[in-house]
Design a protein around this ligand. Structure first.
Ligand SMILES: [Cu+2]
Length: 155
């Protein structure tokens, strides 16, 4: 009889488990960094994030050993002036795709630890509220590839 109780307890555990597994799943694509003009120690990173899970994903922070700090910025126009605002966190709903692009959302990459050159591949890791760490590899593009906000990224 005691064994039967244990069996029931185990079964309940298995039935309950799928609910606890509902999770966000962050996919990364098209990650690129335009090379900065000479002498500028501030770069921007662009990419597309997609949550293909069944729960919201919340990005709390990002980090890279190539930069002193990595933050999420949003460019906004206030009274005709372009300003950048730092986002403390970025929430992505299930099924939602968020595009970082010139003139909008971007990663602000401050004080590179060494020069960032075209052809470099730079890893930046996103830290999520559920403890997941999602790495992304960014391709550095030469300046000729970065003129204008309408630029499309080609491989
Ligand atoms: Cu910025």
């Amino acid at each position: 009889m005691k064994n039967l109780h244990r069996l029931f307890a185990t079964l309940i555990l298995f039935v309950a488990a799928p609910c606890a597994l509902a999770a966000g799943q962050l996919g990364v694509s098209n990650a690129w960094i335009p090379q900065a003009p000479p002498g500028v120690d501030m770069l921007a990173g662009y990419l597309t994030l997609k949550n293909s899970g069944d729960a919201p994903v919340s990005i709390l922070a990002a980090q890279s050993d190539r930069f002193l700090t990595v933050t999420v910025h949003q460019t906004v126009i206030e009274n005709g002036v372009s300003r950048m605002r730092e986002l403390n966190h970025l929430e992505i709903a299930p099924g939602e795709e968020v595009k970082f692009a010139p003139g909008g959302l971007h990663l602000m990459l401050m004080q590179p630890r060494r020069e960032v050159l075209p052809g470099d591949r730079i890893e930046i890791t996103f830290l999520l509220s559920d403890g997941q760490r999602v790495p992304a590899i960014f391709d550095v593009q030469g300046q000729d590839a970065t003129d204008g906000a309408t630029h499309e990224h080609h491989h």
